[in-house]
Design a protein around this ligand. Structure first.
Ligand SMILES: Cc1cc2nc3c(=O)[nH]c(=O)nc-3n(C[C@H](O)[C@H](O)[C@H](O)COP(=O)(O)O)c2cc1C
Length: 362
């Protein structure tokens, strides 16, 4: 029977356990270039014992950054910095993954600790966001996005493919496309953000077209033996929650046909009107439903903090992988503590030797 500490194989990649360091933006890059912050942060998380580490949302183009400090892979010159991260993650025993994204109408903001709001137009760091339609996320927002032309759409899809090629060149072995959180791909899917009347708006198949085509374009350049995954916002917690959750099942079927190997089940967050029912493990039933109805492997995150509950989700075949974010910021060795709590007999399996040697006897 599978458990939190059983290994996991997807395509040609094997994870040492089912724990994933969920992508977490650091907002510490300069012009997309990663630096010492990232070169310490990521290897540290890997040494803590996770099976897979997914590096933060990395912009496929400069205008796709959430903040000026987002990491980027829109130029070949960005690749070298990521090679060092990959090496550090591998030395820590985890599989190196990366999330590629475009923030769409949520681009061009300050980092959360400065309020996370759009940069004022007169700020020299500001830029014009692009989106399916000229609809801002907050009705009161000053920077209204520019509605994308068909040319913009095809250019951004190519940006995803080019960034994926660079991610492979940097040595990443697991790719996640950011199709959640109200960013560009999610906003194509959402009627709150997409009022287009062409083949990218209106019906579900039209609203999903950007996502499906992007996956197909990326699949052409991302190595066949490596997992291609998406984080998809599978429910909009507003009046239409049930309908959006039903639609997500259809979208996942299409994503699977286009070449997706696993879905990280996430939040839509495409309108400020959403009332998210925050509670421990609340996204697990949504993930389980996708797993059962589409037969694709799934992971999810959001308020999963207990090792025994995480273990049960894998044992009961509700999740294939369990994503952990803030608990790892609080304690990069959360995995080691989970192994201890679950009485895994050989912590040496989940920690590098210089830690494992001491902690085994401790
Ligand atoms: C500091 C921070 C940065 C985050 N950045 C990203 C990101 O880059 N991409 C993403 O999809 N989710 C991001 N998230 C969401 C996490 O991946 C995760 O889904 C969320 O924090 C819920 O997991 P948790 O309850 O274990 O923290 C971020 C969360 C935090 C706390």
């Amino acid at each position: 029977m599978s458990s939190l500490f059983s290994s996991y194989q997807l395509k040609g990649i094997t994870l040492r356990n089912r724990i994933v360091a969920s992508p977490m933006c650091q907002y510490q890059a300069v012009d997309g270039f990663v630096n010492d912050w990232h070169h310490v942060h990521y290897p540290m998380l890997a040494r803590g014992g996770v099976g897979l580490l997914v590096v933060e949302a990395t912009a496929v183009s400069a205008e796709g950054r959430i903040t000026p400090g987002d990491a980027g892979l829109w130029a070949d010159a960005h690749v070298d910095g990521f090679k060092r991260i990959v090496q550090g993650i591998k030395e820590g025993g985890a599989v190196p993954g990366i999330q590629l994204g475009h923030a769409g109408r949520k681009a061009g903001c300050t980092p959360p600790w400065e309020n996370g709001k759009p940069l004022p137009k007169n700020d020299p760091r500001a830029w014009e966001p692009i989106a399916p339609s000229a609809l801002p996320y907050m009705p009161s927002e000053p920077n209204i996005p520019r509605a994308m032309t068909l040319q913009d759409i095809h250019r951004v899809q190519q940006d995803f493919a080019d960034a994926a090629r660079r991610a492979a060149e940097a040595g990443f072995e697991w790719l996640e496309l950011h199709f959640a959180h109200g960013f560009l791909a999610q906003s194509f899917l959402s009627l709150h953000a997409n009022a287009r009347t062409d083949e990218y708006g209106g019906s579900l198949v039209n609203r999903a077209r950007f996502l499906i085509e992007t996956v197909a374009t990326v699949r052409q350049v991302w190595p066949e033996h490596l997992p291609l995954t998406v984080r998809l916002g599978v429910v909009e917690f507003d009046d239409g929650a049930a309908q959006s959750a039903d639609e997500a099942i259809q979208v996942v079927h299409w994503l699977k046909e286009a070449g997706v190997d696993l879905v990280d089940v996430g939040l839509a967050l495409s309108t400020p009107a959403e009332q998210v029912p925050w509670a421990p493990n609340f996204m697990v039933p949504y993930a389980e439903r996708i797993r059962v109805e589409t037969h694709l492997p799934v992971s999810t995150s959001w308020l999963i903090t207990s090792a025994s509950e995480a273990d049960a989700f894998v044992r009961e075949a509700k999740l294939d992988l369990v994503c952990i974010a803030r608990s790892l910021l609080a304690n990069p060795h959360w995995t080691f503590q989970a192994a201890r709590e679950l009485k895994i007999s050989q912590p040496a399996l989940v920690l590098p030797v210089p830690y494992a040697y001491w902690l085994q006897k401790w």
